[in-house]
Design a binder for this molecule. Structure first.
Ligand code: FAD
Length: 467
């Protein structure tokens, strides 16, 4: 029987990053993965393939709508969809191979198969190649991630009623894609197909899209996506999804109580994801789950069984790859006797639509509900020279600071490359900067980041320079 200091179940961004950090700290480490490739949801059917298709579709959209304005004349651009999907797959394959390389570089043993607990220190691996083996670990980290939520009345048939996984490998571009759920995944994949020419209708239960982010972001994003042609049915409660041949009909009730039926050829159900623990046998060895099926942990991500820890999508908190990574590092360092810390308030949230949306810290709604006296500075992206040069004029930067101390409490950006820009907010807030600190820093010209300086100037004493 192989013996380890640490056994990690699941090779997503939580698991594989944790394995690397454990190995760096001198711990003998094994990772178990039931799929044929490493990298989990993020690399195989999440972050990476979705961004590959978002980039391809964005190139196509620019060729159709913007090239002529730039003075570039091309005959009507055509889509080779099979090639687009093949390129996405090659990006995924390269990235997964990269993780495999990192495992061998760090001398981490990879066991392909399904892991399940025997007791607090032993895991049985039902090997992919057949047979079983038992591994012993002083500590075990559960990093088994999450799966798409299935609506009881809209079972995935994986052909026409699909989850994000199938949406990343369709054989054709839908004529009319109905997206249930106006959250991050629905809007990103909806954007891909809207840019490629599909009619896209988003049906959302809440009265705004990306409802957990600052409300200004949802409003501005809806405006720009609507301008691009996406349709929105907000405050609609879906009650039925039915399929007849190649047609899918979504039935919902609107705010007035009227029944609305929308018919398309594909329906993407993107109503969230749930923690995945099936087959793990965790509860049998004493690991407690919460009322939402997530593994319960203390502040050190230790479960109710002291030798077992859990990280990433399978525990509470934002379902984000970089949150899973931070937790993987935290547990590795705890096991090595260190005292690490994660500032969960500063984990940025990103939506890779175009414009992108990114935020860190608290929203205006959260701060007002908490009774915090705040001041807000905003700056429109269209006022930037950089934005006009690239024709990416939609969006704004919103900085929220404490009214008394001027400390930045939240930064919310909707703009080209907001996903990268938000790191200025994360850095500033990690060092507890004031809005004036940001306002007084020189920002390169012409850049999108000038909008952050201008919003900070606006928050400081309403002295933005370029509006
Ligand atoms: C379409 C889409 C787009 C996304 N885009 C982004 C994005 O842009 N940015 C971002 O931060 N996040 C994004 N996410 C979310 C991100 O993918 C997840 O937050 C992240 O993958 C969670 O990492 P994890 O390590 O907790 O679990 P996962 O990545 O889900 O990995 C869990 C792994 O455990 C394995 N496993 C499960 N049970 C067992 C078992 N018993 N034995 C062995 N192996 C097992 C699974 O096969 C899987 O490989 C996206 C998700 C989706 C679906």
């Amino acid at each position: 029987m192989s013996k380890y200091d640490v056994i990690i179940i699941g090779s997503g961004p939580g698991g594989y990053v944790s394995a690397i950090r454990c190995a760096q700290l001198g711990l003998k480490t094994a990772i178990i993965e039931k799929y044929a490739t490493l990298g989990g949801t993020c690399l195989n059917v999440g972050c990476i393939p979705s961004k590959a298709l978002l980039d391809s579709s964005e190139h196509y959209s620019k060729a159709v709508h913007e090239f002529s304005e730039h003075g570039i004349l091309v005959d009507a651009p055509k889509i080779d969809f099979a090639q687009m999907i093949a390129r996405k797959q090659s990006v995924v394959d390269q990235t997964c191979d990269g993780v495999k390389f990192l495992m061998s570089k760090n001398k981490i043993d990879v066991h392909y198969g399904t892991g399940s607990f025997i007791d607090a220190t032993h895991v049985k691996v039902a090997k992919t190649e057949g047979g079983e083996e038992t591994l012993e670990g002083k500590n075990i980290i559960i990093a088994t991630g999450s799966k798409p939520i299935e609506l009881p009345f809209a079972k995935f048939d994986k052909e026409r009623i699909i989850s994000s996984t199938e949406a990343l490998k369709l054989k054709e571009i839908p004529k009319h894609l109905i997206v249930i759920g106006g959250g991050v995944i629905g809007l990103e994949l909806g954007s891909v197909y809207q840019r490629l020419g599909s009619e896209v209708t988003v049906v959302e239960f809440m009265d705004s899209i990306i409802p957990t982010m600052d409300s200004t972001m949802g409003k501005e994003l809806q405006r720009t996506l609507k301008k691009a042609g996406m349709k929105f049915n907000l405050s609609h409660k879906v009650s039925k999804v039915s399929r007849k041949g190649d047609e899918v009909t979504v039935t919902a009730t609107n705010k007035k109580g009227e029944e609305v039926a929308i018919t398309g050829d594909y329906c993407l159900v993107a109503v969230g994801r749930k923690a995945y623990t099936a087959g793990l046998n965790a509860e049998a060895v004493g690991v407690k789950l919460d009322d939402r099926g997530r593994i319960e942990t203390n502040d050190h991500l230790q479960t109710s069984v002291p030798t077992i820890y859990a990280i990433g999508d399978v525990v509470k908190g934002a379902m984000l790859a970089h949150k899973a990574e931070e937790e993987g590092v935290l547990v590795a360092e705890i096991l090595a006797g260190q005292k690490p810390h994660i500032n969960y308030n500063l984990i940025p949230g990103v939506v890779y639509t175009w414009p992108e949306v990114a935020s860190v810290g608290q929203t205006e709604e959260e701060l007002k509900a908490a009774g915090v006296a705040i001041k807000i500075g905003s700056f429109p992206i269209r006022a930037l020279g950089r934005a006009r040069a690239s024709m990416d004029i939609d969006g704004l930067v919103k900085i929220i600071a404490d009214a008394k101390t001027d400390e930045v409490l939240g930064m919310h950006i909707i703009a080209a490359r907001a996903a990268d820009l938000i790191m200025e907010g994360v850095t500033a807030m990690e060092f507890r900067a004031s809005a004036e600190d940001i306002a007084r820093m020189s920002h390169g010209h012409p850049t999108y980041s000038e909008a952050i300086k201008e919003a900070a100037l606006a928050a400081t004493d309403n002295r933005a320079l370029h509006v």
